[in-house]
Design a binder for this molecule. Structure first.
Ligand SMILES: Cc1cc2nc3c(=O)[nH]c(=O)nc-3n(C[C@H](O)[C@H](O)[C@H](O)COP(=O)(O)OP(=O)(O)OC[C@H]3O[C@@H](n4cnc5c(N)ncnc54)[C@H](O)[C@@H]3O)c2cc1C
Length: 382
């Protein structure tokens, strides 16, 4: 038996022993996702047990170093863990912007003290983070942001407004882009971390077409932030921001994978044209799955083109939108039903409406195409 074979059999036994049956059922809605944080209410004992069991082994972040709350697994071991979780249909124990976005940026740009302070809390799901990038006048043109942080000697004083801040009303801390100099657009941005309970921070939820309010307007009114909560150097936050965006796009690209099953196997509409569209979708989804495995292996090994998350984000989110369109087309007018138990509160329709945002969040599809055209294809004039 090789080391990896014995890792696989130990992992299989560990998961069998620790993953409660309820956590092996497909999620019925977004409400089944565990986000953790100071104010998190577990949906069930099973959800709590599953998070605790995985966090104890560092398996909420299997490839992070053990010193920072991770599992210290190699790339091969991490892949085996994922395969073994998929084998029993185990749910992701923790959904977290700390894991998918801030953590990688702290690992690369954070001080040793920042890594030891923030990463273990993220790994255990104790602190929930939100992302303060977009502003009313700065979305695609993110470097045009105007939220100011003034140097007040022993602290930064932050004033301004963010928008579309996902879960800002539920998050404990924010990673936030602020302007520390007006001398240069990109070169005047810094990357700050602060507690959402700091005096002067307020949030206002925005109601969406899907009936949910997953994000907010976020206001900063004379918010005092300790000096040591800056990541990277003053006025060099754009480097941190771009690196984090690559990881965000990698995470969003994963939406293209869906829940893993074939759409054709799940629904067989009478219309032959629709059946053909579903079959074509399944083929594209399989191709995307293969491309995604290759991309993630290269990305983790630092071998992927720096612009490749944009390509994957574009492909994954357009695929997810297509999946939801087909589910609605196959379901007919019945799929528009909004409130009954039978549709789990209109889940297919709400998922369909939510998927419209996929090609906007983390940078729009047009912007991803611009990046791929310029940096990957090197098209003239791009
Ligand atoms: C579900 C969801 C969650 C989000 N969560 C967060 C969050 O947690 N934190 C956060 O900071 N932000 C978040 N956002 C905001 C998101 O990052 C922005 O909406 C996005 O970057 C686009 O910016 P904008 O909305 O200002 O649109 P704009 O930049 O005004 O774009 C409007 C339109 O113009 C097009 N366009 C703009 N510039 C160009 C160009 N150069 N070439 C071609 N077309 C162009 C765009 O593609 C788009 O179609 C979220 C958005 C969504 C939908």
């Amino acid at each position: 038996m090789t080391d990896l074979d014995s890792f696989r059999s130990d992992t299989r036994a560990g998961l069998e022993a620790n993953c409660p049956p309820e956590m092996r059922q497909p999620m019925r809605s977004e409400d089944d996702a565990c986000w953790g944080g100071r104010n998190w209410t577990f949906q069930s004992d099973a959800q709590r047990q599953w998070l605790e069991a995985m966090a104890e082994r560092g398996w909420t972040v299997p490839d992070w170093p053990r010193d920072y709350g991770g599992g210290g697994l190699s790339a091969d071991e991490t892949r085996i863990l994922k395969q073994e979780m998929a084998r029993i249909g185990a749910r992701q124990p923790l959904y977290s912007f700390g894991i998918s976005m801030l953590g990688p940026a702290l690992l690369k740009f954070g001080t040793e003290e920042q890594k030891r302070r923030f990463l273990p809390e993220i790994a255990r799901g104790e602190i929930r983070w939100c992302q303060g990038y977009s502003e009313p006048g700065a979305g695609s043109d993110l470097a045009g942001l105007q939220t100011r942080a003034e140097d007040r000697g022993d602290h930064w004083l932050v004033n301004g407004q963010k928008v579309w801040t996902s879960y800002a009303d539920k998050a404990d801390w924010i990673f936030c882009l602020v302007r520390t100099s007006s001398q240069s657009k990109q070169g005047g941005i810094s990357f700050l971390l602060f507690d959402m309970a700091t005096p002067g921070v307020s949030t206002k939820p925005i109601l969406l077409i899907s009936g949910y309010s997953p994000f907010c307007e976020t206001f900063f009114d004379d918010v005092a932030v300790p000096k040591d909560q800056i990541v990277g150097e003053v006025n060099k936050g754009w480097d941190v921001a771009k690196y984090l965006l690559g990881h965000e796009r990698e995470m969003i690209a994963g939406m293209g994978l869906g829940s893993g099953g074939s759409l054709g196997a799940a629904m067989r509409p009478g219309d032959p044209l629709l059946r053909a569209e579903i079959a074509a979708f399944d083929v594209d989804a399989l191709a995307f799955g293969a491309m995604s495995e290759r991309f993630i292996a290269m990305w983790k090994a630092g071998e992927a083109h720096p612009a490749s998350p944009s390509m994957m984000k574009y492909a994954g989110t357009e695929l997810n939108k297509r999946r939801n369109e087909l589910v609605m087309a196959a379901g007919g007018s019945d799929a528009l039903e909004w409130e009954s138990e039978r549709t789990r509160g209109g889940q297919p329709a709400r998922d369909w409406l939510r998927s419209k945002g996929n090609s906007i969040e983390g940078g729009t599809s047009e912007i991803q195409l611009n990046i791929a055209a310029k940096h990957i294809l090197r098209l003239p004039g791009a």
